[in-house]
Design a protein around this ligand. Sequence first.
Ligand SMILES: Cc1cc2nc3c(=O)[nH]c(=O)nc-3n(C[C@H](O)[C@H](O)[C@H](O)COP(=O)(O)OP(=O)(O)OC[C@H]3O[C@@H](n4cnc5c(N)ncnc54)[C@H](O)[C@@H]3O)c2cc1C
Length: 269
Amino acid sequence: MSELYPDSDPYGVANALTSAERAPLLRLRGVLEARVKPVLAEHWEAGTFPPDVVAPLQELRLMHPPELADQTPSALYNGFRIFELARCDASIATFYTAQAGLFRTACRVGGSAEQFAEWDPKIQSFEMTGVFCLTEPEHGSDIAGGLATSARHEGDQWVIDGAKRWIGGALTAEILCIFARDEADSQVKAFLVPREADGVTLEKIHGKTALRIMQNAHITLSGVRVPESARLQNCNSFKDVAAMLRQMRSDVAWIAAGIQAGAYEAALR
Ligand SMILES: Cc1cc2nc3c(=O)[nH]c(=O)nc-3n(C[C@H](O)[C@H](O)[C@H](O)COP(=O)(O)OP(=O)(O)OC[C@H]3O[C@@H](n4cnc5c(N)ncnc54)[C@H](O)[C@@H]3O)c2cc1C
């Protein structure tokens, strides 16, 4: 029997977690029960994100919790962190994973070692918040071939034009990781664009049902300028973007598993 999830982990997968790995998950569960669950229904109804849940979640330091200070958190721990969040609410899990999964992975895989070393402590502490902006109004599943946002190198700057759609968390994150096609070589590159940069416009997408409290944005980029230092140095083609996506996809499976566990436990109750 699973000690952490007696009703929803029939194979006892969570028993393979060490006690040091279980401790932050139990701290997370406490915050979800006390601070998140009570406000979910009200915000679902309004289609708004509960701002007061952000600080308690950030303070848990779940990406590298103090209990695991002397080790790299295991893939199993990372998975159950997402499972625990999604077992409470899919939007909250997606919000957290936009930072801890999508944005952090983009910086880790796409950034140079120096860039990631500089950014990662701030990403982990949420001092630097970011989102992953790949999908476009006209291109979703077919983004690999269709990506239309463009980047033009001018002096030591890049000029970005285009649009992104459905970007989760973009209305509040400070940095937009924008994927754009270099006009010179037609390859897809990635740029960390401040949300408040000149030429960036964001509109909230209304009327969602699924992931309703997660805020999604339509982003327009018009002559946005960033320096070369804002370009992820190891992202030089869509192959590199695919390498990021490969490392993120298991997070989505963990979210799906967490949602099912939460629904099953609710049905049992
Ligand atoms: C709540 C939410 C949050 C999101 N957050 C982000 C984010 O943070 N960053 C980001 O970049 N994107 C984000 N997205 C966008 C998401 O990644 C896209 O919705 C997804 O890639 C699918 O693209 P699409 O919506 O254009 O659907 P389409 O590509 O139009 O697909 C529609 C349907 O057709 C099917 N289909 C498509 N092509 C084929 C084919 N060749 N053969 C058979 N079936 C096919 C698909 O499986 C799907 O069922 C988010 C979307 C949502 C809804």
